[in-house]
Design a protein around this ligand. Structure first.
Ligand code: HEM
Length: 422
């Protein structure tokens, strides 16, 4: 049975749709073709209506018009109740993704330098060390593991702990934070949807991060937490809300996202053995391969913007006060931009994917995410003698961030890289 344009629009509010790749992709292809600026009516369904934007060029256009299309008051799709609560009480936490100019520019400038290549390059040894550690740990699984749970969820969290300068004993706490704050709507991942539970998690983190801020103010170190704790805007220190918002986004934004790209990248290599062999034979393709994995998976499923004035897009008027949902996965399969968009090509160049968004809110950690992927696969692939699926992979149910929650693999791995002696 062929799907109608109207029902296709509902994939964006249905967490199960994202867990069914074929259904999601065909709905997006239909919308791109038939109704690229599509009104999704939420009346009676528990969410506020919005325009679903599915073409690459349109998402690009909206992201560059950041004076007209604001992140406030609705940066992410939630229920109508969530939207009402936020309008009445404000955000529980205000982070970079919740604010617009000029607050956004000021806040972003606090760490933008820290995320530039010249600073991040200092992390090379740390990333390579972590990649070595997690690939070595695969040896302990005796030829079979769940790559999503055992490898790809682990490494990005350790990177975050390391850049924030937190001890490994706080690993479990950071995992809870990511899962509760930016959680998928997936029962396997035990996310707390209850606002009271969420409030308790936030209070716990307030206490934790307040202590961290005080410690870094008393004894500054070289980590990101020290940069945030000691930052000033117009001569004033950041408010506690801004400081904690910063830690929270640093701790959460780079976790599920990068983990999803790693697991999805692994699956793409298993399903495309010619591309795996090509990358193993020519490691100089690692940079284009990492970007292709990020396009292929598109871990962030959307962000939203709200129009401050009427705006005509492709002949359709988006009225002041209406919201648009930017569908990054759809943009990344847009036939007008990508040759063979459904082909996984480790040498794809150019690769103008929108997985990191675009414009003033462009992902601050884009470079770091790429470095993590390159470090992991540069360690793993030369040692990987064989790999195949050992069970059914499963995707998370989510409407915001996610990818594979399970990737059972069977593999043969050499104990160390063929060109090293240790
Ligand atoms: C493959 C991994 C990742 C993906 C796909 C991703 C994707 C995104 C996207 C789509 C946005 C919003 C862009 C927009 O609105 O135009 C964003 C923002 C952001 N990301 Fe990432 N991200 C990833 C990894 C990371 C990492 C490793 C970090 C750092 C720890 C990070 C930190 C941030 C921050 C701080 C923002 C907010 C920027 C702002 O609003 O100015 N991300 N990311």
């Amino acid at each position: 049975m062929s799907e109608s344009v109207e029902s296709a629009g509902y994939v964006f509010v249905d967490p199960t749709a994202y867990a069914d790749e074929a259904r999601f992709e065909s709905a997006c292809a239909l919308l791109r073709r038939e109704d690229p600026v599509h009104w999704v009516e939420g009346e009676g369904l528990g969410f506020n209506s919005f325009w679903a934007i599915t073409k690459h060029a349109d998402i690009f256009e909206i992201e560059t018009k950041h004076q007209i299309f604001l992140n406030e008051p609705r940066p992410i799709l939630g229920t109508a109740d969530d939207d009402r609560r936020r309008a009445e009480n404000g955000d529980l936490l205000r982070t970079l993704i919740h604010v617009d100019e000029p607050e956004h520019r000021n806040l972003r400038s606090v760490t933008s330098e820290w995320f530039l290549p010249k600073s991040l390059n200092k992390l090379d040894d740390t990333l390579n060390g972590l990649a070595r550690r997690f690939v070595d740990r695969m040896l302990e699984f005796d030829g079979e593991c769940d790559f999503a749970r055992d490898v790809s969820m682990q490494m990005p969290l350790n990177v975050i702990l390391s850049i924030l300068g937190l001890p490994e004993s706080d690993y479990g706490r950071m995992l809870t934070l990511t899962q509760e704050m930016f959680g998928a709507a997936d029962e396997d991942l035990q996310r707390g949807a209850d606002p009271a539970e969420l409030m308790a998690v936030i209070q716990d983190f307030f206490a934790y991060f307040t202590t961290l801020t005080e410690a870094r103010r008393a004894h500054p170190t070289a980590d990101l937490a020290s940069v945030v704790a000691n930052a000033t805007i117009d001569g004033e220190p950041l408010t506690m809300m801004q400081t904690i918002g910063y830690y929270v986004i640093a701790a959460t934004a780079g976790h599920d996202t990068t983990a999803s790209a790693m697991a999805g990248g692994m699956l793409a290599l298993i399903e495309n053995p010619d591309q795996l062999a090509r990358l193993q034979a020519d490691p100089s393709l690692m940079a284009t391969a990492a970007d292709e994995m990020i396009r292929w998976v598109t871990p962030v499923k959307h962000f939203m913007r709200t129009a401050t004035e009427d705006y005509v897009l492709r002949g359709t008027t988006i009225k002041a006060g209406q919201s648009v949902l930017l569908s990054y996965p759809s943009a990344n399969r847009d036939e007008d931009v990508f040759a063979d968009p459904y082909t996984f090509d480790v040498g794809r160049s150019p690769n103008k994917h929108l997985s990191f968004g675009f414009g003033v809110h462009y992902c601050l950690g884009a470079m770091l995410a790429r470095m993590e992927l390159k470090a992991l696969f540069a360690e793993l692939l030369p040692r990987l003698r064989s790999v195949e699926l050992a069970g059914e992979p499963a995707l998370m149910k989510t409407v915001f961030v996610g990818g594979l929650k399970r990737l059972p693999i069977r593999f043969e791995l050499s104990p160390h890289s063929p060109d090293t002696n240790n």
